[in-house]
Design a protein around this ligand. Structure first.
Ligand SMILES: Nc1ncnc2c1ncn2[C@@H]1O[C@H](COP(=O)(O)OP(=O)(O)OP(=O)(O)O)[C@@H](O)[C@H]1O
Ligand SMILES: [Mg+2]
Length: 250
């Protein structure tokens, strides 16, 4: 199972990405969890102790290393498939059955061409997709990253939505862009859904995007280890049900 988790800001991407990773890990799978969001919250959501997370530099910030790998040091030419596979083992943090790689995203501000850096990150994502085991990528909110092509390396998207027009609108746009990029499997997951009316709003608002599950509102959900406490156990139930549906559809 190789999934990129996308959706509007604040909709619950990190919570659901971490929860899916932990659920798969508990079921005995080796899971690679990739944090592709500039906020770098995924490790905490996975419950990795803070002392293992503090001081991690996102790979996207290792500009010299990435430029060197992309071979862009001298002039405008650069390598479209740079050697980056070794960076995975070098920079991942292991926690039980889960490996975390803080990949980050390329800073679009400032001068200079980000193409060699993007090329290296895109290749890194391709290497990650090719690894055995499950892959879960916590994507940045918004749509810019899709256009830059890193998303094209992942062949399945789970778009998180809640029952608000803005989240549904963003989900439809992400789905369109992902389809244009050749992403084959696009699913949605409803979050913070407590009533049958909200389920209906989500299903109607998504049109032809299939919904693989609904996560209820779980007051008191922790951002440090999303399965901790009673709220975490209920989140786990919701996500295990969604994983069963996904396995039947995939
Ligand atoms: N089903 C839920 N029930 C209760 N709280 C939730 C639920 N889903 C998410 N939350 C809470 O909502 C907040 C935002 O969730 P999260 O950080 O996962 O969103 P996000 O989409 O990753 O945000 P961002 O776009 O900033 O990265 C967190 O405090 C999280 O604990
Ligand atoms: Mg997040």
């Amino acid at each position: 199972m190789k999934l990129a988790v996308a959706g509007k800001g604040g909709v619950g991407k990190t919570t659901i990405c971490a929860g899916l990773a932990l659920a798969l890990a508990e079921q005995g799978e080796r899971v690679m969890a990739v944090d592709a969001d500039p906020n770098n919250c995924l490790g905490y959501a996975l419950g990795i102790p803070p002392e293992k997370l503090e001081g991690i530099t996102p790979i996207s910030d290792m500009k010299e290393l990435l430029e060197e790998r992309a071979g862009s040091a001298g002039g405008g030419m650069y390598n479209l498939t740079p050697e980056v596979a070794d960076l995975i083992d070098r920079f991942k943090v292991s926690w039980g059955n889960v490996d975390l790689l803080v990949m980050g995203t390329i800073d679009r501000g400032g001068g200079g061409c980000a193409c060699p850096l993007n090329s290296a990150l895109k290749q890194l994502l391709r290497e990650l997709v090719a690894l055995p085991g499950a892959l879960l990528v916590d994507m940045e909110a918004g749509l810019e990253h899709l256009g830059r092509g890193t998303a094209a390396a992942v062949n399945a998207f789970v778009i998180v939505v809640d029952a608000t027009p803005a989240a549904l609108r963003t989900a439809r746009r992400i789905s369109e862009l992902a389809a244009e990029l050749g992403v084959r499997n696009i699913w949605a997951m409803g979050n913070r859904v407590s009533t049958p009316e909200q389920r209906q709003e989500i299903t109607n608002g998504l049109g032809s995007i299939p919904v693989i599950g609904f996560v209820r509102v779980h007051p008191g959900l922790s951002e440090h280890g999303v399965f901790s406490g009673e709220a975490g156990q209920r989140l786990k139930e919701d996500l295990c049900a969604a994983l069963d549906t996904l396995r039947n559809q995939a």
